[in-house]
Design a protein around this ligand. Sequence first.
Ligand SMILES: Nc1ncnc2c1ncn2[C@@H]1O[C@H](COP(=O)(O)OP(=O)(O)OP(=O)(O)O)[C@@H](O)[C@H]1O
Ligand SMILES: [Mg+2]
Length: 236
Amino acid sequence: MAPNRKTNKVISAHNTELDSRMGGGLPVGSLTMIEGGSGSGKSVLSQQIMWGALQDGFIVSLFSSENGVKSLVTQMKSIDLDIFEFLLMGKFKVYPMELSHLGEQAVEALVEAMQKEGSMGRDVMVVDSFTSAIIHTSNDQSILHFFEECKRLCTKGVTILVTMHAETMDGDMIGSIRSMCDGHVVLRSSQDGQKLVKTLEVAKIRGASSVTGGIFGFDVEPGWGMRVIPISKARG
Ligand SMILES: Nc1ncnc2c1ncn2[C@@H]1O[C@H](COP(=O)(O)OP(=O)(O)OP(=O)(O)O)[C@@H](O)[C@H]1O
Ligand SMILES: [Mg+2]
């Protein structure tokens, strides 16, 4: 088992099209922000990347505001990503974030939980979504502190993905956070006539092994997952 964990320099989604558009995968030890509105694909993209990481033997922790373990297994299975075996082997940990009762403390609690995971040798950590954690806080300092701590974990070799709705933050704040991140992916979902068009923009992936792919269209297909499609086709 775990044939590639020690040697792989990137986290691959194990989806050839997606990997090649994302510069060959996310560099190990990078911090990536996945930005997008509701239904734009943040969870599906992070699920695809987590699954790819598990295939390569990485140990993954997910902090989820959306899913408990059971609903996550069902959701991922619906797009052909079977994680059951990894959960059983303790290679994949899922922590449902119960944020509402933590209020202002939610971000700090998340930081502490991630530090604890870091000390247990996790390779990949995903927060989906960070928006749910910050909805309860008015404190910009604690948000910046969260990203600083993420960067600290990255220097120890942890690869981190954070999903968020950018609209919930003011411009200065989101600007500072974007510049702290090594990777920045923007997902958009818009109505074009009868058709719902989904696009993924790779704004940056610092340290990518090949050129990243700009903007491309994608579909989420039951029993398959994310499928890259030409943008003209995406637009109908
Ligand atoms: N099994 C599936 N079959 C078909 N479409 C799916 C499947 N699973 C997810 N989708 C679709 O993928 C799209 C992206 O969903 P996703 O949950 O990733 O959005 P999101 O950006 O995380 O939204 P939110 O901010 O509400 O959490 C949605 O249109 C959803 O309906
Ligand atoms: Mg989601």
